[in-house]
Design a protein around this ligand. Structure first.
Ligand code: PEP
Length: 246
């Protein structure tokens, strides 16, 4: 198994004052046994990367454009994120897919752009409730993986996050059996396509992870960490999740 990763997605939350949460987290984990990542809104990437430069906490963006530069008002390139001090970028989050119409093909291009810029892409996949109830979960996720990931990708940089859309921000989580079924299938899909090196790609579960449910989720087959929304905003909450992963 590869590295373990606790990743926080602050979404559109956080002002400069929130940097103190990141600094508090860094003080709690001077020598963490797992990788820790915080993805603040784009306005905070540079200041957070500077504030955490001498800590063990990495910083990431929540999206990037597929092009390196040009006439794309409001967008940020992977290169710009890297220049601001980011190490990672979340791509294909279901909120981006829903709010901005991001397709698998777009996510694939962004993933290539991220790798070219030296960032580690955290590529998100996950089914809607209707798709789960129709028994289509594995088929949907296999298709998302096939179309969102490029053929040539540096597997030592890649992270995949399984985030059931219906579990994000809802307090609902799949059963542990359902999580294991999907994570095992993602692992099998990746190794079938890329070979045994894909055994080391961290597979994160995301969707209503809290300090109280983290340990059982992390004990589940092929779960190497979590992508955490709400519970990553406060250092004390995220610390509980990180400790469960260590
Ligand atoms: C997320 O948005 O990636 C997420 C998992 O959110 P939450 O933890 O709040 O469900």
């Amino acid at each position: 198994m590869g590295r373990k990763l606790a990743a926080g997605n602050w979404k559109m939350n956080g002002l400069n004052a929130s940097l103190k949460e990141a600094q508090a987290l860094a003080e709690m984990f001077p020598a963490p046994k797992v990788d820790i990542l915080l993805c603040p809104p784009a306005t905070l990437v540079a200041s957070m990367a500077a504030a955490l430069a001498h800590t063990k906490i990495d910083v990431g963006g929540q999206d990037c454009h597929m092009k390196t530069s040009g006439a794309h008002t409001g967008d940020i390139s992977a290169e710009m994120l890297a220049d601001a001090g980011a190490d990672y970028v979340i791509l294909g989050h279901s909120e981006r897919r829903a709010d901005h119409g991001e397709t698998d093909a777009v996510v694939c291009e962004k993933t290539m752009a991220a790798v070219m810029a030296g960032l580690k892409p955290v590529v998100c996949v996950g089914e809607t409730l209707a798709q789960r109830e129709a028994g289509e979960t594995l088929e949907i996720i296999r298709h998302q993986l096939s179309a969102s990931l490029p053929d040539a990708v540096d597997l030592s940089k890649l992270v995949v996050a399984y985030e059931p859309v219906w579990a994000i921000g809802t307090g609902k989580i799949p059963t542990l059996e359902q999580i294991a079924e999907v994570h095992d299938d993602i692992r099998a899909t990746l190794t079938a396509r890329y070979g045994d090196t894909a055994n080391d790609v961290p597979l994160l579960y995301g969707g209503s992870v809290k300090p109280g449910n983290a340990a059982e989720i992390f004990a589940t087959s092929n779960v190497d960490g979590a992508l955490v929304g709400g519970a990553s905003l406060k250092a004390a909450d995220f610390a509980g999740i990180i400790t469960a992963l260590e």
